[in-house]
Ligand binder design. Structure first.
Ligand code: NVA
Length: 247
């Protein structure tokens, strides 16, 4: 929705399609679909599960290919996160951001953002749900800020300027939902956890939120929450990205 609305606002048109509506659903290779669509369109946003699909598509495309979410990365979300942090905190350097929960696509892209924009990031994840090791090692190898993965959410939230969470069950992981819910007990942003962070901490959530699981109603709707500003910023940052890539 944020991409389609943004494209219309910029004066463009969109064609939204599910895999089953493309020739991909009939056995065409990703490379051939990329070559064909490159002849019709000015750009493409792909939301998929396997990141490899995106790489295969962009490797064969002659138009900009935007990652609208994959199992490993969610860079458009990170752009909106950065805009929101900048709006609320006035910059990045010296900030501590705490990410609580699943070391998922959103967490991976936030790690990359932390290394580029030089803010500290502490991610608290249950055992077995840490961020992607390749993303983490690469980000740490050139980061000037501290990027750490911890077990205890309280340690991560300690004196944090921003406290961030995301759904425990990402797209494509629906079968793991029950097992994950058990593992993630305790990884919730609630007022107790928030009391460890700075008094003026900003709360972020990528959405969709599962109220009562990774975040309480009280925090989601409370005065620390910038969740819907963050959602709005998807629209603005993606429009900027489109302008940069297509103009
Ligand atoms: N981590 C979430 C983000 C949803 C927009 C997922 O992949 O489902």
């Amino acid at each position: 929705m944020s991409f389609e609305a943004g494209i219309y606002q910029l004066g463009g048109n969109t064609i939204a399609m599910h895999t089953s509506e493309l020739q991909l659903g009939r056995g065409e290779t990703i490379g051939d679909t990329a070559r064909t669509l490159s002849r019709y369109l000015n750009g493409i946003v792909i939301r998929t599960f396997s990141h490899l699909t995106l790489e295969q598509f962009s490797g064969n495309s002659t138009i900009p290919v935007i990652n609208g979410l994959s199992d490993i990365h969610h860079p458009c979300q990170a752009l909106a996160d950065l805009m929101t942090i900048h709006e609320k905190k006035g910059g990045f350097k010296g900030l501590k951001v705490a990410f609580i929960g699943d070391g998922n696509n959103v967490c991976n892209s936030l790690i990359e953002a932390a290394s580029m924009m030089e803010f500290d990031l502490a991610a608290a994840c249950p055992e077995g749900f840490e961020p992607d090791a390749g993303v983490l090692d690469n980000a740490k190898s050139f980061a000037k800020s501290n990027i750490i993965v911890l077990r205890d959410p309280m340690d991560a939230a300690d004196m944090a300027d921003v406290v961030y969470t995301d759904t425990w069950v990402s797209m494509g992981q629906e079968k793991e939902a029950e097992a994950k819910k058990k593992k993630f007990q305790g990884y919730q942003i609630n007022s107790r956890l928030l009391s460890c962070s700075k008094k003026d901490a900003t709360v972020l959530h990528c959405l969709p939120a599962h109220r009562g699981q990774e975040i309480t109603d009280e925090v989601m709707d409370g005065h620390h929450s910038a969740v819907f500003d963050q959602a709005e910023n998807r629209l603005h940052t993606q429009k900027a990205l489109l302008e940069m890539l297509i103009k």
